[in-house]
Design a protein around this ligand. Structure first.
Ligand code: CA
Ligand code: CA
Length: 173
């Protein structure tokens, strides 16, 4: 009995030490299921949701200091990272017909004026040729095609479509 108690106390001590080191030295790490790239962490979601519900789900994991949103994409490297990571996680899924994932780009407020849900100003876009086409005047939310033919290019879709999505949060403030 005594031995077991000592062993339990020892494990508890080890846990406390590990927790201490994690909080002290790992504040900038992306913890599973987040995946790190440059200065951000990304969470790849297989739930399929409407655009705003996806954005809300991303926001729900914000902390007081770090705000999560649907991913904004600021460079070709970031676009490739998101594309390649999706393909790595769900290789079978890219064989579906034109699989799309929501990214945080939309023109819901003023037609043709796209902005990111994280409000940052970015220059980079990767529209498919002929997009965004606001098809039938009803497409205000953007998704990335992750199949092999479309190679990470973007398309505007109806915001009520349901898609998988990717969230993004700063690694540190
Ligand atoms: Ca539009
Ligand atoms: Ca479109």
């Amino acid at each position: 009995m005594h031995h077991r108690q000592s062993y339990t106390s020892f494990l508890l001590l080890i846990s406390i030490v590990i927790a201490f080191f994690q909080t002290s030295y790992c504040t900038a790490c992306c913890k599973s299921p987040w995946i790190g790239f440059q200065r951000h962490c990304y969470m790849f979601q297989t739930d399929t949701l409407k655009f705003q519900n996806a954005e809300d789900q991303c926001r729900s994991v914000s902390t007081s200091a770090r705000h999560a949103h649907l991913a904004s994409i600021t460079s070709e490297n970031e676009n490739i990272f998101i594309l390649e990571t999706f393909r790595e996680i769900w290789p079978e899924w890219v064989n579906e017909t034109r699989p799309s994932i929501w990214i945080g780009y939309h023109d819901r407020y003023t037609e043709g004026q796209f902005q990111w849900t994280d409000i940052g100003r970015k220059q980079y876009t990767n529209w498919n040729p002929e997009e965004p086409n606001d098809f039938r005047g009803k497409e205000d939310c953007s998704a990335m095609w992750v199949d092999n033919n479309d190679n990470g290019r973007w398309n505007d879709l109806r915001c009520n479509n349901i898609n998988r999505f990717v969230c993004k949060i700063p690694q540190h403030v």
